[in-house]
Structure formats: C-alpha cells, structure tokens
Design a protein around this ligand. Structure first.
Ligand code: VG1
Ligand code: CO
Length: 542
C-alpha cells in the first residue's frame, strides 16, 4: 500500500559540495530524510519503471535510510532498486553500477570523510544516469523543492532483507540485492595489468592498505589480497564499522598519521595507502616519501599509459582550482587540454562525458578517470601499483625523477575548522571587497600579480558558477587560495591553499611548511586569518 504523508519543509536542506550533510540527530527529525528524498524525486522527470541504485558507506543510520529510500522509490514508481548487500556500496562502485546497469540514477548515503556515529555525520546525495554527482542545476532544483515540499509518498511494507543476494519484489517494485564488490573488481581488472602487479607481490613487494574501518575494506581484501595475491594482512581496519571505530575516516596526515609514521619508519613496506569513508579518496605514501594528492595526480597522468586501460594516452587532464599546477605541466608536455574547475567532482562530469578529459583530480586526495564519474580511491592505488610494477622502481625514485623533469610544486592546505560562521563570512567579505586593489602591492617581498574570485565557465554546457574561491597570484607563479568548505556540519571551515613552484632540483628537499612559510605569512597579512578567526594556528595541516 502506498501512502501520501503530509509534511512541512525544513529550511536547511541545501546540498553542499557533495550532497546534503548534517549531524545524525538532524537527519533523525521527523520526515527530514523523507523530505529530502522526495525533493530529489520531485526534481527528476521520467523515472517511472526505471532502475535506481541505492547504497552507502555503512555509517550509522545507513540501514534505516536505505529502507526508507526503498519504500519511497516503490511509492514514486521506480521499477527496480539495485541495492548493495548490507546497504554497502562505495561511491565509485555505485557510480559504476549506475553506468553498467544503465540505471536512471542512484542515491548514495554517505558523509564521506566526516566521522560517523549517533552524534556524528550523515549524508544523502543523488547521482545521475552518467554515474556522476548531480550537476548544480539539479542540486539547485532539489534545494528549491525542499523549501516548498508539503507531502511525500511512501509504500508500506516490512523492511526488505538487504543481507541476502537475491531479487525479490516489494510494493510492486523489484528489489535486487547485489554483491557490492564483484562488478567493481571486474572493472579494475579491465583497466590494470593484474598479472604484472601479481608478479610484483609474488616477488616480495609489500604494501599496507588502511581502510580506516570504512567502505573500502571488503574491496581491498578482495582485490589486493584475493585477486592480486598480496599477503594476508596487507589490508588493515578492513571491517566497515558504523562509527569507523571512533575515528575520522579521512585519509590525511592527521587522521592516518599511524600509516605515515609506519611508512617513514625503518620497517616500512614498499607502499602505503588509505581511503576514506565512502572509498572515493586516496592517500598514497611511498617508503620514506609522502606524495601530495596534487603531485599524485600529475604523476599518475604522466605514467597512465603504462596501464592497459590508458595505453592510448590521455584526452585531457582536469583539476579543481585549488589543486596545484603540477598536472598542468604534464598536460602541457603531452600537448593535451588542461581544465581548471571549481571544487567538487560534479564539475568534472561534463568534461568526462564530452571526452575532453581522461584523468581528473583534487588536492583533497581525490583522483579518478573516465572509467566512472566519481573520484576513486582504490583505482588510484591500483594505478600506482601498475606503474610501480611496470617501471620496477621505488615510489621515491619515481617521485624525485618526476620533480627533476617537471619541477616541484610545493603545496599545503591549512584548515581552520568550526570557525563561527559570521567570522568566516566577514573574512571572505572583507577580502572580496579589496581584491581589485591588490595587484601591484608588495607583501613580504613578493608582488601580487593578480587576484580574483574564481568563476567557472563550463566549456560544455556554458553554465557559469561564481564565487568558487579567492585566488591571489604572485609574480613568479606562487599563489594562495582561500575558500569556505561546503561539506562541514558545524560552523564554517576556512581552507587556505598555498603553492610555490620550484624548478631547481637542488631545492627539492626542503620541508614543505618551511618552503611555504613566506606565502603562509603573506596570506595572513592579506586576509587577516588570525584576527578574523581568533585562531593562532590551523586545526589541520595537510
Ligand atoms: C571537500 C574537498 C573537495 C571534495 C569534497 C567531497 O569539499 O575539498 O575537494 O570534492 O570535500 O569529498 P569542501 O567543500 O569541504 O572543501 V568527499 O570524499 O565527499 O566525497
Ligand atoms: Co569521500
């Protein structure tokens, strides 16, 4: 039986960089999740009888919302839902499933790298039929709908068994529960030289993969250990837990510090990697060398042709604006297009669909390609393994040779988390107002060459996205970027991105924070970060 339920709008359901993210108690308010899911359906057209993929990163509240989404999909007229067993689907695996099954779209329940648990974060996002995050036009329409919604439709049936692989029927709709790993693992086998990687492991190569108790555990176990023959124990923390073991499933130098320490220690394995809550991010660390995500993007792009899936070369490279320009130098040398987009994977979708870019990346540990329409953590790890296997060199040698060829882009991000929103908005407001007066002024011995608030003109559909981050460019190519996060759930997070290019190989082993000290100071002089935020230092440095 299908019911129409009267409801009242909530005024805080604006999707951010990657869907709607709120604390669990917010999502637990009456009709909160239902309102948002109905608003998604109301913003879509033509899905009657079609397939919808549903899955999540396994965090607290995942299973409850999956049941709600299934009952609402039935009531709204979908023909079939395809659900990952146990409610589990990594974000890239969901993207692949949507594409492979030619589904109408998918609902992914995740708050990515944010912590999970009864008082932590939850999230809902919608992906379209290309497998990618809803474009801005659609998220705007969803948000508009959340403000006027007055009823939602839901079917009444008992909770569906999502723990058995089978196809059943509920409320006149097919419910297909699938293995969340199988299709994804097959896709990876089609892209990479598994034989070469297998030989490398058989020859004694050792790696550590930390799944951070999040969604990639089962994927890593199957692919790295079962299919590639890496020793048992290569994957760590591989049981997805609803609260990620009480940690932030954020693969960075703060939350994955244990991995970093191990990789810098005397008994380090050859390669270390980690992924985030929903499996779309990656952290890679070579024995004795940390590889920034911006550098990793450039190095993967430069070597991608060594993997079977990319042997024809790249059509183009895209990166988010705050990501370092390391990849630009690779694109230039290859003679392929380079695109600079706003933060968030949804902006890569058009470039990938149009065949203008093959590899994309963000400084926030996200890299991916046209094999799906999301960033893909394990994909990046496997591409690194493929490159290591074919080149037969250490990660450290590959990195230092890359720098010798292209120069090094020193890069760091400083996050000021949970700043009072008014203070953060004031900082941005004051800075915006003086952007025009900055060029030509000197700060700490450096001259500002240009300053603007980044606006993106999508070359495919002509849409314009404004206010995507303030960039201050110095003579010589160094730059600082400031923007407010769109994924936090309390207060505002200010992100400061700092970059300096160093062509001289004799100057490639400076400590990163030291190499960037002048720029970090200049950013504070210009933007008044400390005075506005009332903080002496960032909460997280990556
Ligand atoms: C952050 C990152 C951004 C990433 C987004 C989603 O956004 O900076 O690069 O695309 O998270 O990542 P923000 O607005 O907080 O800076 V995740 O792994 O959701 O899926
Ligand atoms: Co993520």
């Amino acid at each position: 039986m299908t019911r129409t339920v009267e409801t009242k709008p909530y005024d805080d359901q604006k999707p951010g960089t990657s869907g709607l993210r709120k604390k669990v108690p917010v999502f637990q308010q009456e009709n909160y999740a239902e309102n948002f899911i109905q608003s998604i359906f109301d913003a879509l057209d033509g899905f009657a009888g079609k397939d919808l993929v549903i899955g999540g990163d396994g965090r607290y509240f995942n299973r409850e919302v999956i049941q709600i989404a299934i009952r609402m999909a039935a009531a709204n007229g979908f023909g079939r839902v395809i659900v990952g067993k146990g409610g589990i689907l990594s974000t890239p695996a969901a993207s692949h499933l949507i594409r492979k099954r030619k589904a109408f779209g998918g609902i992914i329940l995740s708050a990515s790298h944010n912590p999970g648990g009864p008082h932590e974060d939850f999230g809902i996002k919608y992906n379209a039929d290309n497998g990618g995050p809803a474009p801005e036009k659609l998220t705007d329409a969803i948000f508009a709908r959340t403000k006027t919604i007055s009823r939602y439709r839901i079917a009444d049936f008992d909770p569906v068994d999502i723990d058995t692989i089978a196809t059943t029927s509920a409320g006149g709709m097919a419910v297909e529960v699938v293995d969340p790993v199988a299709d994804y693992a097959e896709l990876m086998e089609s892209l990479f030289d598994f034989d070469a990687i297998r030989r490398m492991f058989a020859g004694g190569f050792r790696m550590r993969f930390d799944a951070m108790h999040a969604v990639t555990g089962p994927y890593a176990k199957e692919i790295l250990e079962h299919r590639l023959g890496a020793p048992d124990g290569t994957s760590r923390n591989y049981h997805p837990l609803p609260d990620f073991g009480g940690h932030h499933p954020d693969p960075n130098l703060v939350h994955a510090k244990h991995l970093y320490d191990e990789m810098m220690g005397p008994d380090a394995p050859d390669f270390g990697a980690a992924s985030d809550g929903d499996g779309d991010r990656n952290l890679v660390i070579g024995k004795g060398i940390f590889i920034t995500p911006s550098d990793s993007l450039a190095m993967l792009a430069a070597n991608a042709h060594l993997a079977p899936g990319y042997k024809a070369g790249l059509k183009g490279i895209a990166r988010s604006m705050p990501t370092s320009g390391a990849a630009d130098r690779v694109a230039e040398k290859m003679g392929v297009g380079m695109y600079e987009t706003p933060t968030g994977w949804k902006f890569f979708g058009n470039l990938l669909d149009a065949g203008m870019a093959t590899i994309c990346g963000e400084e926030s540990a996200g890299t991916g390609s046209d094999h799906v329409r999301e960033k893909d953590g394990l994909w990046a790890v496997l591409l690194w393994l493929n490159i290591l296997a074919v080149r037969g060199e250490s990660a450290k040698d590959i990195v230092t040779k890359h720098w010798a060829t292209y120069g090094r882009n020193y890069y760091s991000r400083h996050d000021y988390e949970e700043v009072e929103s008014e203070r953060a908005n004031a900082l941005v407001g004051v800075l915006r107002a003086k952007l025009k007066s900055l060029p030509g002024t000197r700060v700490r011995g450096m001259t500002i060459a240009a300053a603007d608030d980044f606006a993106y003109h999508d070359p495919v559909d002509g849409s314009v996205s404004e206010h995507q981050g303030i960039r201050i460019l110095f003579e010589g190519g160094s730059r600082v970027v400031l923007r407010l996060s769109g994924t936090g759930t309390s207060g505002a997070t200010l992100r400061l991105y700092v970059e300096r290019y160093e062509p001289d190989p004799d100057r490639h082993d400076i400590d990163t924070q030291e190499a960037l000290a002048d720029l970090i100071g200049a950013a504070d002089d210009i933007a008044g970060i400390r005075s506005h935020t009332g903080r002496d230092a960032p909460s997280v440095i990556t």
